[in-house]
Design a protein around this ligand. Sequence first.
Ligand code: ADP
Ligand code: MG
Length: 393
Amino acid sequence: MSTFKDLGLSEHILETLSANGFEKPTPIQAQAIPLVLKGNDLIGLAQTGTGKTAAFGLPMIEKLVAESRRPDPRNIRALVLAPTRELVNQIAANLKLFVKKSPIKVGVVVGGVSINKQTEQLARGVDILVATPGRLLDLVARKAVTLTQGRYLVLDEADQMLDLGFIHDLRKISKLVPKNRQTLLFSATMPKQIAELAGEYLTNPVKVEVTPPGKAADKVEQYVHFVPGKDLKTQILKKSLTDNPDGLSLIFSRTKHGAEKLMKHLDHVGFKAASIHGNKSQGQRERALKAFRDGEIRVLVATDVAARGIDIPGVTHVYNYDLPEVPDAYVHRIGRTARAGRDGIAIAFCAPDEIRLLRDIEKLMGINIAVASGEAPADQARPAKGRGGRGNN
Ligand code: ADP
Ligand code: MG
């Protein structure tokens, strides 16, 4: 397996990497870094947790440092777009680590916070701007920033940006960054609209692909408890949380209301819990995420939208308190654990009215999820094929 040094990165970056425990490149990093250094446009197909930030961030920083220019006021040298505030903040936090020993400045632009501070930050110009599309376009409209010096454009989690309705914004922004740029597009899946976008805005892109969809969860041990209703879900959940006092547990609930109620109950009976969902302000969400990341809070109850793409490396357990309506969401959810090669456990609760959802998930993933307790009503049992455990059977 190659090392970061073999990939052509220079000393100042290598030092920062080893200081941060990055010993060897992940597969997407090993493939993408040399291509980006060479100047290729790139389509990277990779699931969350595969190390995409460093895959584009490291070679881009390397090149920006080598070019040793400064951006003009209210201009940028590189633009990274991501779908949510949480993801933008996360990417920026990673990039800020990587640029520590360099003069490169990283700026952040997200909605839901003061626009004036962002205008001030942009006034001096930034080398790498990480942004959500909507707020960026607001700032462009106010002439707080132009993108005319942009030489790098990264579209991260492109399929999520599509899901969240950003396709028009992406097209607009792509036109504002000069044509003689390098464009990198990352996505877990490649729906038609993303392929079209790539065809339009990338030049002779090289495609790299790691772990085909559905495989991201291979390292996660998965279990399901069949239960008659909510009471037993909560009871088993509390026992499991008690049994894993050192774990970091992420619990998914279908509704905002359900998430809040469950969090309050867990908090009431003595677990250090917080929640993130659509009824929480940006500040509340960020505080909850930080407390969870720092381990002050051991239990985070979330809805799908609030949890999209969040990267908390220490998550040990993902609980599907409610099974999601769409099977893909299950794969996204359990992908919050076992990130970057760590192990993880995913525990699902399945009430009688959720059995159809469970079977859809098993079909999508091509596995039988091991039964930890209870059993499916006889008329809805699986066709007798044996009950598998962890892998693909
Ligand atoms: P993605 O964008 O594909 O979801 P990230 O870039 O956010 O993935 O990386 C996921 C996690 O793995 C982060 O916590 C990151 O710091 C860590 N990570 C990434 N690459 C490496 C590496 N080569 N060695 C160790 N940890 C890594
Ligand atoms: Mg990412």
